[in-house]
Ligand binder design. Sequence first.
Ligand code: GRF
Length: 211
Amino acid sequence: MSPVNIGVLISGSGTNLQAIIDSVENGYINGKISIVISNKEDAYGLKRAEKHGIEALYLDRKLFKNEKEYNREIIDVMKSRNVELIVLAGYLRVLSSEFINEFHMRIINIHPSLIPSFSGKGYYGERVHNEVLSRGLKITGATVHFVDEGTDTGPIILQDFVRVEDNDDLNILKDKVLQIEHKILIEAIKLYSEDKLIIKHGKVSKGKVKR
Ligand code: GRF
């Protein structure tokens, strides 16, 4: 099977990106990361990509007239590199409907909660973990899902959980969830690369896709 051609969108430190890079390099994922694009110039993830010889591009949103044009540029860059699978790895901008249609069911996102809990507009990063702590939840986790026109509403691919201990603070919890994110994101990309994700009536199951 030919390696899946991956394009990654980031906005921050890129630990999820690093997990993908490591899994591609050690052969766990039969894939190739063709490009990493960030909307933030100082995103450390861009340096991670450069260190591994992966094209890293900062796209300054201020240089574009509007969201549609900005997304159009990302689409053009991804298509020019023959990217097949888009991974949102801590990417904090909303995708245009044109983008989502262009890569229908070929965009996956990692979210730091057990969707539908603490998901949707405004729920990202530390805000999620703070809610978990303030509500006294005993378990939380992460979700990988396909991206549709909603916010964190696309078909769920994988989830996993962690227990919240009484003495967990924001940093401890964030790290625990991040480990889970890395694990299920890699698994989801691997399943996708092996054509083992079947989408039926908006639900994802594992199995061999009959071409
Ligand atoms: C993390 O909060 C993660 O939950 C979310 O994006 C943030 C940054 O992750 N997916 P990363 O270290 O930049 O991959």
